[in-house]
Structure formats: structure tokens, C-alpha cells
Ligand binder design. Sequence first.
Ligand SMILES: Cc1ncc(COP(=O)(O)O)c(C=O)c1O
Length: 400
Amino acid sequence: MIDLLSKFDPLIEQRETLLSTGMTDPFNLVMERVESPTVAICNGQRTILLGTYNYMGMTFDPDVIAAGKKALEDYGSGTTGSRVLNGTYAGHKACEEALRTFYAMDHAMVFATGYQANLGIISTLAGKDDYIILDIDSHASIYDGCALGDANIVPFRHNDVAALEKRLKRVPEGAGKLVVLEGVYSMLGDIAPLKEMVAVAKAAGAMVLVDEAHSMGFIGENGRGVAEAQGVIDDVDFIIGTFSKSVGTVGGFCVSNHPKFEILRLVCRPYVFTASLPPSVVATAATSIAKLMHGADKRAHLWENSRKLHAGLKALGFQLGTETPQSAIIAVIMPNLEQGAAMWEALLHEGLYVNLARPPATPANMTLLRCSLCAEHSAEQVDQILGMFEAAGRATGCID
Ligand SMILES: Cc1ncc(COP(=O)(O)O)c(C=O)c1O
């Protein structure tokens, strides 16, 4: 017998070496209790959360919780069926209506996760003989959507408009083209030059899909994302998003103004061949989305937090993923995995949780401490966070 798991031996060895030092496993931390969007108990210690995607702090919103409880009582714990059979409840329709209103678009389709939304929409739109031109730093769910659809995949250099244009020119005449971009790239927290990229894609006759997972709710005047902030949302054919970040629950979606969009419900396999979201989840999502429409004050406070943390970390001497704060994600670049893991653990001891991100999830083999801010972080918490970074940074030798 060939042990099919032996291909993972190098990873197992690397992991065992790291854990043999007695450090806490950074990829297996338990949130023993969660007190609020910004505080949890980890290893028995009160810990500030700076590594969640809870950008708008909706997980403990009283209206959101009340809607979930009511739906649980009224409709039960699950649908036990696909959206195309018995799994479409009034709540799923209401959730799609909330999305149409939020984005001011004609169509919305809800999936079980954002991962499945990318998997489903990308693979259904672009198949054999079509071309997908995508940023090389695209999320795994985008790559998996490409693989499922069997299209020709053409990556271009991260955020490079000229490279996108060059790749588009090389696509054979008459082939179907889908340009896939993200609003915010989640590893470094940088935003895409969507204005220029969408113009280049449209000039080449391509359709455009933008994944706004990390910008929905926060970026843009109405929280519709980077495409809204850069004034090109009307030129984007499909927007993908998730409920697992600013919306504060779980689920994924695609919104569009394309007149033939509704046919996707019958041909998109990751929509058809899986059970629909529980009624309590779509009820919390719909309530949260409706409230996010009026989240201008929260958005302003989140920008303040982002600017303050970015400036503070820079002043302490940390190397950051972006020159200026561009989103709610601020990535601290570590020299290597060992020092990154040591710093991660030192921060946890201080009472701060951040994400340790490592290759292959990161670009250019970087080890990152990814900080993601929440609109519910107070200014005092951000001060505390900076104090923790200073102490942990000095203790591990990451800063002088
Ligand atoms: C850009 C991007 N798209 C899609 C997803 C998938 O979202 P979900 O958690 O809803 O599966 C993520 C998750 O981190 C993401 O970062």
C-alpha cells in the first residue's frame, strides 16, 4: 500500500519541530468563551480579538440575535434540502431581497458559504475554451472555482494594470473572457486599482467579477465595496461576497444586474447539490445587511481605528504590508516563520489574538501577523493593542 498521506511528511515535520518548543498551536486555538466582537477567553485569559473578520461587529447586535432566535423557533433548526427542492424558505427570499436593496442590483443568489459562491459562479460562467484572467494573489476559492470549471487560467501580476491588459490581448479572438478581481486582498490588506482594471477589461470585451469579501459593509459610501468607492460598480458584472465577515454569520452570495442571471440557479452545481442555509442564519444575515446600510458612523470609526493602528505600528518600527492604511486589515511582516510564531505567542501571552499567516496562503512566501480591526474596537483598545505589540516586539527581538 502506498500511504497517500506521506506527501505531507515535510509539513508534519515542520509542525512537530515548531510545537516541540512547547508553544501554543497557532492553528488550533480554542475560543473558550466569546464576550463580544472584540473580546474572548483563550487559554483561560481575557484576550482582545484582532484576528477576526468581524469588521462591523455585527455578531452580538441585539436585532441580529433576536431575528436568529425567532427564525429558529418559527422554522426549526435546518431546511434539510437544496434551494431548488424543499430548501427555499421565506427567509432565503428575504435575505436575497436584503442583498438586492443593499447593492441596488436586480439579482441576488445566496450560497452556503462565500467559498461555494466563488466555486459555483466562476465554474458555471467560465468553462472549457473560455478564459479566466485573474490576479495571481487571488483567494483559494477563486482558484478552486477556476479548476472546477475547466477554463483556461491566465494569472497576471498582483494589482498590475498593464499586465492585465497584456494578458487580455493574448486571449484568442472570439473566446469568452472573465476577469476576476478582489476589492481588498486579505493577506496584505491592500486594495485593487479597480477603476483602471475594470476599464481595461471592458475595453477588451471581458466580463468582470469582483470578490468584495473583505470590503462589504466597510468600504464605499454605502459599504458596497471597493468598486463603489472607485465609482465603477455599474461596470462590474458580478459581485461575490460573504456573510462570514462584516455580516457576522455564515453564507455567501452573488449579486448582478445581468438579465439572464436567474438561470444560474438551475445550472450552478455548488448551489443545486447542497443543502440551503438554516433559517436562523439567513434571518441573522438579512437583519445584519439591512443594518449595515445605515452603518456610516461605524464605518468612520473603523477607518479611525485602521489609521491609528497603522501609524502606531509603523512608529514602533514594524514593517507593514501597505504604506498607508487601505482597509481594516493591517499585515505585519515577520522575517521568518520561527520569529513570526514566537511573536504570535508573545502577543497571546500579552492578551492579544492576531492571525498568523504563512505560505502557501501568503504572497511571496511571507510570514505575516495579520491584524483585522473591528468597528467595535474602542480607541482605548487600540492603544492597548499598540502597547502589547511594543512589549511582545521587544521580548522577541522583532523591534529594538
Ligand atoms: C476573498 C475571499 N473570498 C471568499 C472567501 C470565502 O468566504 P467564506 O468564509 O464565506 O467561505 C474568503 C474567506 O476568507 C475570502 O477571503
